[in-house]
Design a protein around this ligand. Structure first.
Ligand code: MSP
Length: 650
């Protein structure tokens, strides 16, 4: 008899970034679901991986002077290493550069095309490379900037294949309507419905202006196109199961839960089901969107240097404690704030006082009165009410997990611990022993051990290492057998001698990390790291740097030899600045509010000449001009007297 299947996925992570707390959060939730699902006897398949194609990755590799494949290999390995270190129980780690995956994507394209869902046209509009998303002009901020991330967009006009997304408007609305839990939390489903009701435009699904992507299938005979990175990436959820190649694990499809962050809901709740409908594949049971983490109340960003490094937190505070904190602290779907204080409070209070202390009390009681022996024979005789209360809580747990209410799952799971701690306070083993009620005292021991055992079975998916330690001390193993016995029925523990173990949650008095280091962004331009302000520099409000550091910046005198406006931009001028090199430097300067192109032509400026090139509105910028801005506006910084172009400024 084949048993029920549960396929659980995380998003695949872009390789332009090293894993941070947000990535760890998604992965840890998925790992918890996968562990629960295995524990409860489901045939489980857990997928994670990396998303490696697209313009963003190509540019990230280029700016670091690496080949795109080498760069993707390097960063993909950092994700895999972290998940291995974190003992994430994935069954497959997919990479979109895997040959099988690419074949599967091509197959999907062929099927959609054969079904009449793909046609060729021209795409005209804006593209945000950072979000890898097309935006119609009316959605832009200030006619130029991405409405999602605020970065400058690129104007794109190119031949493209389109997917008939508009055709799926009605079928999608029907799906949302008939499956109230297809998108969790339900409030997010309502957002999606409102969006789709506003009308869907067909989706451009190929690009021609770069080539780091999956080529179209051969029969299309159109080699200049590569697939849009989101079509490529979304397909990973089925290519991992063999779609388009050997179909080996396709019986795991449809997914039970697809975990994502709220920022990528639209791709998963609209494009993805529409693609699946076009392919004739069933739709996932749940798409579950979690909220975002901030740090000490502020949005995390690489430029602020406040991105939380999950490895550092897990090393300092313990991986399981970190897992518990993330899952307990925030209701699924809501945003959460990371602070060491909040983490310490959870460890000292929920884990230390309620759970760890209970185990210590059991070790104390059984050691003092029974040489460590725990016997459950008479528990039901003396403590049936307590047992009933505990089993009533345990019965409520399972639905919470697949409804993505993990914080409620943990809240409910703490009730048996309260029952246990209260029972000790109320029945007082020391009094029972004094009164010669030895059997009752031993039964109390058995009750506490049973509660600890049952809680550790259900807590295992969240805290696997700690719960294994508890179960070892209590002489049983956590697996589907013990889950059936202790959770699905009311079995207690066999007689055993309790192992003494060190306290699981030593009290933490003050933050263990003086400051949380920003992730060492090998992948980041070094210049974006803010120098740390030392104690003796604080009065001046800036960090002091050595003269060597100052000289790392190459500042030169330049003359503007050509100046024009950047079409459609309210802020940008496009300048050619002669700084004494073979050809002038192209500089895109955000000064149009204060200077016209004519104002700038022929004037001298101070140029930062060794900045990494950047792209603004699709235009390469090879330098930056010095300017000063106060409440009266902005003015350029210029030499007092004309100077030879290329003269260094020091
Ligand atoms: N590559 C796409 C996903 C393709 S799936 C077919 C992508 N990658 S990502 O690396 O940018 O983001 C991956 C996940 O990390 C997303 O679910 C996102 O929500 C999550 N997080 C990134 N930063 C986050 C926080 N600060 N907090 C919580 N999660 C966040 O998008």
């Amino acid at each position: 008899m084949s048993c029920e299947k549960a396929y659980i996925t995380t998003p695949i992570y872009y390789v332009n970034d090293i894993a941070h707390i947000g990535h760890a959060y998604t992965t840890i939730i998925a790992d918890t679901l996968a562990r629960y699902s295995r524990l409860s006897g489901l045939d489980t398949y857990f997928l994670t991986g990396t998303d490696e194609h697209g313009q963003k990755i190509e540019e990230a590799a280029k700016s670091r002077g690496k080949s795109t494949q080498n760069y993707a290999d390097e960063i993909s390995a950092t994700f895999k290493d972290l998940w291995d270190e974190f003992d994430i129980s994935y069954d497959k780690f997919i990479r979109t550069t895997d040959m099988d995956h690419m074949k599967g994507v091509q197959k999907a394209f062929s099927v959609m095309h054969a079904n009449g869902d793909i046609y060729k046209d021209t795409y005209k509009g804006h593209y945000c490379i950072s979000c890898e998303t097309f935006f119609p002009a009316i959605q832009l901020v200030d006619d130029e900037f991405c409405p999602e991330c605020g970065k400058s967009t690129t104007v794109v006009e190119e031949e493209s294949y389109f997917f008939k997304l508009s055709k799926y408007e009605k079928p999608l609305l029907d799906w949302y309507e008939n499956n109230p839990d297809c998108i969790l939390p339900r409030s997010k489903r309502n957002e999606v419905i409102r969006f789709v009701e506003g009308g869907l435009q067909d989706l451009s699904i190929t690009r021609t202006s770069f080539d780091w992507g999956v080529k179209l299938p051969k029969e299309m005979n159109d080699p200049k196109h590569v697939m849009y990175v989101w079509l490529d990436a979304l397909m990973n959820y089925v290519t991992a199961l063999g779609y388009g190649t050997d179909d080996k694990d396709m019986d795991y499809w449809p997914a039970r839960v697809q975990l994502i962050g709220k920022d990528i809901l639209r791709f998963h709740a609209i494009y993805w089901p529409a693609f699946l409908m076009s392919l004739g594949l069933p739709l996932p049971k749940h798409i579950a969107a979690h909220g975002w983490w901030t740090r000490d109340g502020e949005k995390m960003s690489k430029s602020k240097g406040n991105v939380v490094n999950p490895r550092e937190i897990a090393d300092a505070y313990g991986l399981d404690n970190f897992r518990y904190f993330m899952l307990r602290e925030v209701p699924f779907g809501g945003d959460g704030d990371f602070s060491q204080k909040a983490l310490i409070d959870r460890i000292n209070s929920d884990l230390g006082n309620d759970l760890g202390n209970l185990l210590n009390r059991l070790i104390g009681m059984s050691g003092k009165y029974f040489e460590g022996t725990v016997n459950s024979e008479h528990v039901a005789t003396y403590y049936q009410n307590e047992l009933d209360e505990v089993h009533a809580s345990l019965e409520k747990l399972e639905p919470f997990i697949f409804e993505m209410q993990i914080h409620r799952y943990l809240e409910e799971l703490w009730k048996p611990l309260t029952v246990a701690n209260k029972a000790i306070d109320r029945y007082q083993p020391w009094t029972l022993m004094k009164e010669g009620k030895e059997e009752e005292a031993m039964a109390l021991n058995g009750l506490i051990a049973a509660i600890l055992a049952k809680v550790s079975v259900m807590l295992y998916p969240v805290m696997p290492e700690i719960c294994t330690k508890i179960s070892n001390a209590l002489h049983f193993s956590i697996d589907n057998e013990s889950w059936k016995k202790m959770i699905k029925s009311t079995t207690l523990l066999n007689t055993f001698v309790l192992e003494k173990i060190d306290p699981l949650f030593p009290r933490i008095e003050k933050p263990l990390l003086e400051q949380i280091e920003p992730i060492d962004q090998e992948t980041e331009p070094k210049a974006s790291k803010k120098p740390e302000i030392k104690e003796n520099e604080k009065a001046q409000g800036v960090a002091l740097i050595g003269i060597d550091q100052f000289f790392q910046t190459s500042l030169k005198i330049g003359t503007v030899v050509k100046a024009e406006e950047v079409p459609k931009s309210k802020k940008l001028l496009l300048l050619q600045v002669d700084i004494g090199e073979e050809s002038p430097r192209q500089v895109v300067a955000g000064i149009k509010e204060w200077y016209t192109a004519a104002d700038m032509l022929g004037t001298q400026v101070c140029v930062v000449a060794n900045l990494k090139p950047a792209k603004l509105m699709g235009l390469k910028s090879e330098g930056m001009l010095l300017a000063a801005k106060d409440e009266n506006g902005l003015c350029m910084i210029r030499p007092e007297q004309p100077k030879t172009v290329g003269t260094p400024i020091s």
